[in-house]
Design a protein around this ligand. Structure first.
Ligand SMILES: Nc1ncnc2c1ncn2[C@@H]1O[C@H](COP(=O)(O)OP(=O)(O)OP(=O)(O)O)[C@@H](O)[C@H]1O
Ligand SMILES: [Mg+2]
Length: 391
């Protein structure tokens, strides 16, 4: 008995419905290629004078992957086939299935004629090669890939009403081994997988969930936590972002030591008046007299009030493009966030570039990406401090 995953039924349905072809997009090990092979062999059983071309980028890759699977599967369909190992062809009656490497012989791409075409791992097959091959495909084509690119001509083609589209993930494949399933599930960014070091958001999206790759939208992807401030440093300065009811007032200690940047939460509190801010700073900062407090320049009155309370408060340099400029400045360093600074670490994790509904970065008129505001008080404070002094 031949057992199938849902992909098989989708191919047959598309074929019976008279579609031009089917796109099987999805995560890793979701049963795409296996189903396609089963369907091609099944179709050979019921056909005469059928020519199938099954292709991927290179012959050598084809041999290692699709051809290896074909050899496992075809005895389920017919014992009496003739197989040519060197050319990778399989004949059954008057029907033939043959392998092809699209990048090995570009010229042949323009001459190859077939009834059925299979393109395996098609993500990197160009639009031109695709069209050349489709022009010479009489009846039906089948394409499979992991959606590893942000943009692709396949995504556009998938919208065509004459094309059938089906998405699958490893969870749709009842036949995959537990070890492989576990490997794929280990990419999911759960706390446990993060601790183990196997978490990988990109891989989880593309190979786990079978979702199309979207541009990296997290702003700070490369930072770590630290415990103790360094003994020596090149620069120490504090950043201050004013808040009141909705937003907290935040003070961040910024230490630059060579290429390293150390950030620590000193104050993170709501509903503080300016004298209360000054008192809190005096309680928490021992070396108060030796360092500046670079404050949000939108509140000159508050800055004056802090100065009247013996805090060396000065305004930050703000202006057009200063947010993205400051983010770039921060990113120039190896960033360490104090492990006790829970609010700040949470901001670092969640700080994202704005994207539209298709997952693409939104840019301003200067072509710069735009950070999503709201949860950026500590990051703003760090930015004020750093851009004022660090070159
Ligand atoms: N119908 C089936 N019967 C038995 N085993 C199957 C079947 N479908 C899939 N498998 C098993 O699941 C594995 C993964 O399937 P397949 O190679 O088709 O996935 P895929 O979607 O092409 O994955 P990738 O994107 O990684 O190429 C196969 O190697 C095979 O072991
Ligand atoms: Mg495959």
């Amino acid at each position: 008995m031949i057992q199938t995953t849902p992909n098989f039924g989708e191919i047959e349905k598309a074929f019976q419905d008279g579609k031009r072809g089917i796109i099987l997009e999805g995560g890793s090990r979701s049963g795409k290629t296996w189903s396609i092979i089963q369907w091609m062999l099944f179709h050979m059983l019921r056909s005469n004078n059928l020519m199938i071309t099954s292709a991927r980028d290179h012959f050598t890759n084809y041999r290692r992957t699709v051809w290896a699977d074909i050899k496992k599967i075809y005895p389920d369909f017919f014992a009496e086939a003739t197989k040519n190992e060197t050319l990778m062809t399989l004949r059954y009656g008057s029907n033939m299935l043959r392998a092809f490497g699209t990048n090995d012989d570009i010229m042949a791409t323009h001459g190859l004629t077939q009834d059925i075409l299979h393109l395996n791992e098609a993500m990197n097959i160009s639009r031109d090669t695709r069209d050349q091959l489709f022009q010479r495909t009489g009846t039906f084509w089948i394409v499979d890939y992991n959606p590893s690119e942000e943009e692709s001509h396949w995504y556009d083609l998938a919208q065509d009403p004459e094309v059938h589209f089906h998405k699958s993930t490893v969870l749709d494949n009842a036949f995959v081994s537990p070890a492989i399933r576990k490997q794929i599930l280990s990419y999911e960014p759960t706390e446990q997988n993060k601790e183990r070091g196997t978490a990988d958001l990109y891989k989880w999206k593309v190979y786990g969930l079978g979702e199309r790759a979207s541009g990296e939208t997290t702003i700070f992807t490369d930072w770590q936590t630290y415990k103790d401030d360094p003994a020596g440093y090149d620069l120490k300065v504090y950043g201050l972002d004013f808040g009141f009811a909705e937003d907290p007032t935040v003070v961040i200690q910024v230490i630059v030591d060579g290429h390293n940047l150390y950030l620590k939460e000193i104050l993170w509190e709501h509903a503080l008046t300016n004298p209360e801010i000054a008192t809190a700073i005096k309680e928490r900062v021992a070396d108060l007299d030796e360092h500046y407090f670079v404050c949000d320049s939108a509140e000159p009155k508050s800055i004056t009030e802090l100065r009247n309370n013996d805090i060396s408060a000065i305004p930050a340099d703000k202006g057009v493009g200063s947010v993205v400029f400051g983010i770039k400045k921060l990113k120039n360093y190896r960033i360490f966030v104090n492990e006790m600074s829970k609010n700040l670490t949470s901001e670092f994790r969640g700080y994202k570039w704005k994207v539209d509904k298709n997952g693409k970065l939104v840019k301003n008129t200067k072509g710069q990406p735009i950070p999503v505001g709201g949860n950026d008080h500590g990051i703003d404070a760090a930015r004020y401090a750093l851009t004022k002094f660090a070159r």
